[in-house]
Design a protein around this ligand. Structure first.
Ligand code: ISL
Ligand code: CA
Length: 542
């Protein structure tokens, strides 16, 4: 694989609303982020992905943008933003912005003008006399009526997130213009929100029957997307030293390669979602019991599927997903399972993405009361479930496990008021466990999860085999074990993870006794041929 800075870096995702508040209004902000740069440096990360900070009515916490070139007042000013970019760069940290261009807010001036059929905006969105039967990602219909035009418009997400009409060359010019604006300010790339949904089939036909996302065959990875992405690449991205990661639900390695193959590179990498279904039936509300094999299978499929052809993104968490320890770990082996999960994912081939709080072992908040949740998706799904006849209890059980707010509770810095996040009333309740789980408690414990993340990042910088080496599964059929090797011309490493709460015998790995263990998550290795519960080890051939 060709070498690049974004392949060698480690990305840290900041959800600004919940990271650090600087002025006691209960909402995280840009000045708050600036005040925490030392922490980010000490973690060792080299790239930040910042979730949206643009002007927005906040129907979907900033993923509904009303001004792409303005900063939401709650987060600060454009001066703060420019200062953040400057100071990150001084500290050798790059910044990737969230580019949300499948849709805008309905309060964006383009939509307001489109409503009034003002030229040239009349055709910036999808307007139809007859509604289609498509359903939305957040539940309910995806086509809604507007009296002003006596027409229906498309919104794959909330009613306040109308989809942009990418057929319109003017829309594409607007997007390129936004990208240039931010790249010229110095940002180093984009995380492209739901980018594989931007192209819709001509004529917007009705969808075939489906219990979820009816109509999706007319917009998911639609072939028309490729010329659009190539246009962005040729006219803008290729002119800057930047990278893109596309958020692409519903892709296989094959579809992904149509975007990211080293010879195509419409996008530099994608977020795939197949391993996020390890505890559900592809729709997170259809929960199934977690089985390690259901995590290992898709991860290995992606490692093998992209090998030598495309670059992976490595993640277990983001602002849309519940906390990974709660999903895939074990609270009875809290530190062990958290560090095992980190070993399992971050020694694979690809760029690591760490979501804020993951590195200190934050877990699901699992609030009991619906009123404690703020997320529009959570609220909508509750209503929908009730409408379909499901009991309150059943719906709350799902929400406690799967709500996006599990990942959005404020960052836990210390055990003081509001975990050091804010001197005011936080916009979303804290996880009450912040007294024990926080940055400071991690910093003062030499065996903490945070220390382990720091060690992983240091190792990645030291051994390029961790970045670029080829991946190969070991004993794939063993359901309690996740083991693999990474290899390049000069080095070979072996990663072994016990994915169970029982000791397991690993006699076949005795050959490792001649190799050097560079990382493990127990104080000592008592017995080379037995892995303790959730034990993880990384060996390098001497
Ligand atoms: O969050 C999800 C499931 O709980 C996903 O279906 C999610 O909506 C989808 O991956 C798209 O996510 C992105 O776009 C949304 C926004 O709400 C998410 O926060 C964002 O990551 C609309 O912009
Ligand atoms: Ca604030």
């Amino acid at each position: 694989m060709k070498h690049s800075w974004y392949k060698e870096g480690v990305v840290y995702q900041i959800y600004p609303r919940s990271f650090q508040d600087s002025n006691a209004d209960g909402i995280g902000d840009l000045k708050g982020i600036i005040s925490r740069i030392d922490y980010l440096k000490s973690l060792g990360i080299s790239i930040i992905w910042l979730s949206p900070v643009y002007e927005s009515p906040n129907d979907d916490n900033g993923y509904d943008i009303s001004n792409y070139k303005g900063i939401l007042k709650e987060f600060g000013t454009m001066e703060d933003m420019i200062e953040l970019i400057r100071i990150l760069h001084v500290n050798n940290i790059k910044l990737v912005m969230d580019l949300v261009v499948n849709h805008t807010s309905d309060e964006h001036p383009w939509f307001q003008a489109s409503l009034k059929q003002e030229k040239p905006y009349d055709d910036y969105y999808y307007w139809e006399k007859k509604k289609r039967n498509w359903t939305s990602f957040f539940g309910g219909e995806a086509w809604s009526y507007k009296e002003e035009r006596d027409e229906y418009f498309l919104h794959l997400f909330s009613k306040k997130q109308p989809d942009l009409n990418w057929n319109n060359p003017l829309v594409r010019e607007e997007v390129k213009n936004i990208m240039r604006f931010w790249l010229d300010l110095g940002v180093d790339g984009f995380r492209c929100d739901v980018i594989n949904l931007i192209a819709k089939a001509d004529g917007l036909p009705n969808g075939k029957w489906s219990p979820i996302l009816r109509g999706r065959e007319h917009y998911m990875n639609h072939p028309k997307i490729h010329p659009y992405l190539q246009e962005l690449k040729n006219d803008v991205l290729s002119k800057y030293n930047c990278f893109t990661v596309g958020e692409t639900a519903f892709v296989t390695p094959e579809t992904a390669l149509s975007y990211i193959d080293e010879n195509v590179r419409e996008l530099d990498m994608v977020f795939q979602f197949e391993h996020m279904a390890a505890d559900n039936y592809f729709v997170k509300w259809f929960i199934r019991k977690f089985k390690p094999m259901n995590l290992k299978k898709p991860l290995s499929k992606w490692q093998n599927g992209l090998l030598g052809r495309g670059w992976n993104s490595l993640y277990l968490e983001n602002h849309d997903q519940p906390r990974s320890i709660s999903r895939f770990g074990d609270m009875n082996f809290y530190t062990e399972s958290a560090t095992m999960l980190a070993t399992m994912i971050y020694f694979q081939q690809g760029t690591p993405f760490i979501y804020q709080g993951q590195e200190i072992g934050m877990v699901n908040a699992a609030f009991e009361n619906l009123d404690d949740y703020q997320d529009i998706e959570t609220k909508n799904i509750f209503k929908l479930g009730r409408k379909l006849g499901m009991s309150k209890k059943r719906m709350m059980k799902k929400i406690k496990m799967m709500s996006r707010d599990n990942a959005r509770t404020p960052m836990q810095w210390n055990d003081s008021l509001n975990a050091g996040f804010s001197q005011g009333e936080p916009w979303l309740k804290l996880n009450p466990n912040y007294k024990n789980i926080n940055v400071e408690s991690n910093q003062s414990d030499k065996n903490s999860i945070l220390k382990y993340y720091q060690d992983i990042i240091k190792l990645r910088k030291k051994y390029s085999v961790i970045v670029y080496g080829d991946y190969q599964d070991i004993e794939f059929k063993n359901r309690k074990l996740y083991a693999y090797s990474r290899e390049d011309e000069s080095n070979q490493i072996t990663v072994i993870c016990n994915f169970s709460n029982q000791p397991i015998s690993i006699k076949n790995f005795e050959y490792l006794k001649t190799e050097k263990c560079i990382l493990h998550n127990y104080e000592n290795i008592d017995n080379l041929s037995v892995l303790q519960p959730y034990e993880a080890r990384v060996y390098i051939k001497k």
